[in-house]
Write a protein that binds this ligand. Structure first.
Ligand SMILES: [Zn+2]
Length: 1061
């Protein structure tokens, strides 16, 4: 039955009734006569003057508000243009509200086609403005809800940024920004609002949306909405506005029944920490977005908003301290809440396990210290795939709730759940929720609300879903219109029941239904954006380097504070003061458009600078720690440091050793675990040799024997003492296997469907050219022998990729290395080409193993299912291994993350050349290395994990302030007894108490037992988690100054201890 008082339309004609309502409330040629045309009852001009802040991107950071308003502002007007891109323009706006507007709502209206913000005359940031994008608009600021009259002349200021919400791309958003774009000011005025018309507009808008959505679903409520709206229009035309409003109220008042699905609506504003704009613009986006939300809270006291990324809160504190204080007050009220735990919303594939932990550690510590708040969830709506170790990393940080929506972007397979128990490689589980609306930037339209229920994959299993609303990607957040729509449908029959609430309420509801959820084991592989493992190669290389440099620095710092106690107090204080902001630079650079390489070119020089500053800070800490430990006399002696927990024997190359010739010197050195050794030559048990067999070069040491052809292909590879070849040297006439060679340098076409820097499409695999094949058409110089033993053998060749690009490579084997090393330099100036190295091997296996955060992951080497088939480019860290049960080979690398293991092909992705959003991406010289390691037994028996650590963490040659006579020839703070456990982290605790935190992980996927022995003056050993809070005593024994800590770990488990001195 229809509502009493609602008269249905005369004709049953949806094709006219629906658009009639739409036209009545939207900007159109009917605006002169429709309802929207009545929204502003009057307008009045303002007086404008302008001052252009000197400089481009980020220059605004040098100016305070007080300095700005003292500058000379000159008169300007509507129609003027302001630019170029990334510049800043300030406007003084003088206005006087007419007394005749008393009692009315008054708004300031602005249109500059760009982002802007509103300030009071005394420097208080009031709200963001955004116009010109055609979507995500925020074109006005409410001066007063009810003008009291008599205010007289008033002033406000507008800061205009010469960029849109999505940067300054010309043809489309992801095109490289146009640096010379100018923005035209088309509106600046004050206007009085007819609030009755505003109410009716929102009523009609929502009824129209309900009609449109529910009629499609054959729901009677849709027709009721249609006729209610239609009669409202008739009433308004008849001059009966209040009758029209009453009809809408009656419709919305019809409440939902008990069976209805509930939505936990969460207001948010996704702000990419850098993407189509640089970091400096993000800081302003934070100010604009956060102030807009505070402004909304004035009028909607029940409204709750969440903001992720502690870094952005930190920026708010630093650049907008007055706003930050207002936000803090709202945190106390539970209205403006941190979410997500992490320092930034990082890439979900590439950061190391330790980086993930630091993301949480620094994020949570910020929220805890600043706001007395701890997040309970990991919030990562927009990242390009999720490591299979994330559940364990979360549990280590005491987090059990995970949210994303990006899996809805899968190109091939629809992910089968929106709610599930996610189990990682160590068996840890967390509750995972994907908002079924498949978006974090919803506008609170009825179709989105209804979709959240209809699209839910877990119907009958859960009673609640998240609904994430608010402008985002470029920031912004919810608007007044969204909250007005929410008020109308929050409990109106036909729509899901709706509450604007917090993530905690959402997850508390979901946890009640967790027993009904299915389980998903392993990674959340995103079947899209797989080029992000390779684009912007320097980001990956510097990230890896920083992770290892911090590891070294924290180890030596911990050894110093453990050994020297209070004597090292100032070292500890100074070092923490350096490490904290340096880690935060690295963490910021792990943001999900910076590390993956999907940002504009402007971002990367700054990001590189941050990495380099962080790395040099780590080096400073290393040096200061060495001085505290070993003194600072002027006479020095070089030693080799090993920060890993096992003894190492390696060939090191020392430039111009004291007292020796100026030529680089090779030395074979044995270094104890967690310590150093004097540079004392050890004769190799077996030297490395190079011999020639026809056109082939044979490299051999005690670990392996390899044959390299004249173009640098590895045509034969044997583990020492074994007859099985990983490759096929030549084609036997009867063989159908063809040749199988390693180190084939392959170039492929790489033209994605749309997302240039992000993607690599399956069809790129159809276009390989092996550039260093014997019959290739590429120019390749013949391999030359550069060094021929006894400690180092080195072959060299180079190849011309194109007129602009070339590659040169040294193939190196040392007397002590169990792998061949490929030291590679590429001058890279291609357009949409993909460079990979292919190992076409003989290993027969259905699975390949890939290094990930604190563990490894197996993936199928076939295309049986659509899920396997979609994994043609996958992420792995330091190594990938293909093995038969007693024989296999691993490929190692120092800075690469993209792999494919399919059939007999194992490829490592080296370089991409996308042109959007950075048209200069990776156009430079790149230096990197990879390794090829044959082995007997399994990857575990061959210690592939340990060899990959060594490959990335060379022995460190350091000059210690001692003479050779007074120096301890070998120094070590500990050792490990037992297999399968890696001591990854030794760090001072974050509070600077002088305690040291250890973090270990099980690296084999087995139950492992080991004893860590430390010869440091330890007084107690405590268990702790990732937040470093002690949780009871751990077992340990002590004997003659050595503390032994027994450790028992289940497969791939992560464990931390806190040592007291
Ligand atoms: Zn994003």
């Amino acid at each position: 039955m229809s509502d009493p008082g609602v008269q249905a339309s005369i004709h049953k004609n949806l094709k006219t009734t629906l658009p009639r309502i739409y036209n009545y409330i939207k900007a159109s040629r009917f605006q002169e006569v429709n309802l929207l045309g009545r929204l502003y009852s009057d307008t009045a001009p303002v007086t404008l003057s302008h001052w252009a802040l000197p400089g481009g991107a980020g220059a605004w950071q040098e100016w305070t508000f007080d300095e700005i308003i003292k500058q000379e502002f000159t008169a300007t007007s509507i129609g003027e243009q302001f630019g170029p891109t990334w510049t800043t323009h300030w406007f003084k706006v003088e206005y006087e509200i007419p007394d005749s507007w008393a009692g009315q709502e008054v708004r300031f209206r602005w249109a500059s086609g760009s982002e802007a913000s509103v300030w009071t005359a005394d420097g208080k940031l009031l709200q963001g403005l955004s116009t010109g994008t055609g979507h995500q608009m925020r074109p006005d600021y409410t001066l007063t809800k009810s003008y009291e009259g008599g205010a007289g002349p008033s002033v406000l200021y507008i800061e205009m940024a010469a960029n849109r919400l999505f940067g300054a791309g010309e043809e489309d958003d992801i095109a490289p920004p146009n640096p010379n774009k100018y923005y035209t000011l088309t509106r600046a005025e004050i206007a009085s609002v007819d609030t009755q018309v505003y109410k009716l507009t929102r009523d009609l808008e929502v009824l129209h949306q309900i009609a449109e959505t529910l009629i499609d679903l054959n729901d009677q409520r849709g027709y009721q909405a249609l006729y209610t709206a239609n009669q409202m229009v008739n009433n308004i035309i008849a001059g009966k506005d209040s009758d029209a409003g009453a009809l809408a109220d009656a419709y919305f008042k019809k409440a939902n029944g008990e069976r209805v699905h509930k939505l936990a609506a969460i207001g948010n504003c996704h702000i990419d920490s850098a993407w189509l704009w640089p970091y400096s613009e993000t800081k302003r986006k934070v100010g604009r977005s956060f102030s807009s939300q505070i402004k909304l809270m004035e009028d909607y006291p029940d409204y709750i908003f969440v903001a992720s990324q502690a870094q952005q809160w930190q920026w708010c504190k630093e650049y907008y301290p007055e706003l930050y204080e207002r936000i803090k007050a709202k945190v106390v009220e539970g209205k403006f809440l941190p979410v997500g735990s992490a320092w930034v919303e990082m890439d979900g594939n590439i950061p190391s396990g330790e980086s993930f932990i630091r993301q949480f550690l620094h994020g949570q510590r910020f929220y805890q210290k600043e706001l007395g708040f701890m997040c309970k969830e990991f919030w990562l709506p927009d990242t390009f795939g999720y490591s299979a170790q994330i559940p364990a990393l979360m549990r280590h940080m005491d987090l059990s709730r995970f949210l994303t929506q990006k899996m809805s972007w899968n190109l091939v397979n629809k992910f089968p759940h929106h709610n599930f128990t996610w189990e990682g490689i160590d068996g840890s589980t967390v509750l995972a929720h994907f908002p079924p609306g498949d978006s974090y930037t919803m506008n609170l339209n009825v179709d989105e609300v209804v979709k959240t229920e209809t699209n839910l994959q877990d119907k009958g299993r859960v009673g609640t879903s998240a609904f994430l609303f608010g402008y985002g990607d470029g920031g912004g957040g919810p608007t007044q219109d969204m909250l007005e729509r929410a008020a109308r449908i929050k409990d109106s029959d036909g729509c899901p029941k709706f509450d604007i609430t917090s993530p905690d309420v959402l997850f508390t509801e979901l946890e009640k239904d967790q027993h009904n959820m299915c389980r998903w084991v392993g990674e959340l592989f995103l079947e899209l954006h797989n080029g992000t493992y390779t684009s912007q190669a320097a980001m990956k290389k510097l990230c890896r380097k920083a992770e290892f440099q911090f590891r070294d620095a924290e180890f030596l710092l911990s050894a110093a504070i453990g050994t020297k106690g209070p004597e090292a107090a100032s070292l500890l204080k100074d070092s923490l003061a350096l490490l904290d902001p340096s880690w935060k630079k690295v963490l910021l650079n792990q943001f999900h458009d910076v590390l993956p390489g999907s940002g504009i070119g402007l971002i990367y020089p700054e990001a590189e600078r941050y990495y380099n500053e962080a790395i040099s800070a780590a080096d400073t800490v290393w040096e200061a720690s060495a001085q505290t430990l070993f003194g600072s006399e002027e006479i020095t002696t070089p030693v080799a440091f090993n920060t890993l927990q096992w003894p190492r024997q390696e060939v090191v190359t020392v430039e111009a050793l004291k007292g020796k010739s100026n030529a680089p010197q090779h030395m074979l050195i044995e270094v104890p675990p967690l310590g150093y050794s004097l540079l004392q030559d050890t004769p190799p048990a077996q030297p490395v040799t190079v011999t020639q067999e026809g056109d082939l070069y044979v490299l051999e040491n005690s670990f392996l024997k390899a044959k390299v052809d004249s173009k640098g292909q590895v045509v034969s590879l044997l583990a020492a003492g074994d007859g099985r070849d990983f490759f096929v040297e030549s084609v036997a006439a009867s063989s159908n296997e063809g040749t199988r060679h390693g180190n084939q340098l392959v170039i492929m076409d790489d033209e994605p469907v749309y997302w240039d820097a992000w993607d690599v499409m399956d069809y790129h695999l159809e276009t390989p050219k092996v550039m260093n094949a014997l019959d290739s058409s590429f120019e390749v110089t013949d391999v030359a022998v550069i060094e021929s033993g006894p400690l180092v053998a080195r072959l060299r060749f180079s190849l011309k990729i194109s007129e602009k690009s070339k590659l040169s490579q040294d193939i190196v084997l040392t007397a002590a290395s169990p792998y061949l090393i490929f030291e590679t330099s590429v001058d890279w100036y291609e357009n949409r080409k993909f460079l990979k190295v292919l190992f076409d091997h003989n290993v027969f296996t259905r699975n390949a193993s890939f290094d990930i955060q604190f563990g490894h992951l197996e993936r199928a080497t076939h295309m049986n299912t659509s899920w396997d088939s979609a994994r043609y480019e996958v992420c792995g860290h330091k190594w990938c291994d293909v093995s038969e049960p007693d024989w296999g080979m691993a490929v190692l690398n120092d800075s690469k993350y993209g792999w494919m293991a399919r059939g007999h092909h194992l490829t490592l992705s080296l370089l991409k050349s996308p042109k959007a959003p950075d048209d200069n991406c990776d156009m430079k010289t790149h230096i990197f290395k990879y390794g090829l390691m044959p082995h007997l037994g399994t990857l575990v028996e061959a210690n592939v994990v340990q060899r990959a650590y060594e490959f990335n963490n060379s022995l460190r040659i350091v000059n210690l302030p001692k003479t050779t006579t007074d120096i301890t020839p070998q120094w070590s703070v500990g050792s490990f007894d037992g297999e399968g456990i890696v001591l990854h982290t030794i760090k001072p605790d974050e509070d600077g108490s002088g305690d040291v935190v250890l973090r270990l992980f099980e690296c084999r996927g087995a139950r492992s037992k080991a004893t860590l022995q430390l010869n440091l003056p330890i007084t107690d050993v405590l268990n702790c988690g990732g937040m470093e809070d002690a949780s009871g005593k751990a077992p340990f024994t002590q004997d003659s100054g050595v503390t032994s800590i027994p450790i028992n770990l289940t497969p791939f488990a992560i464990k931390a201890f806190r040592l007291k001195f």
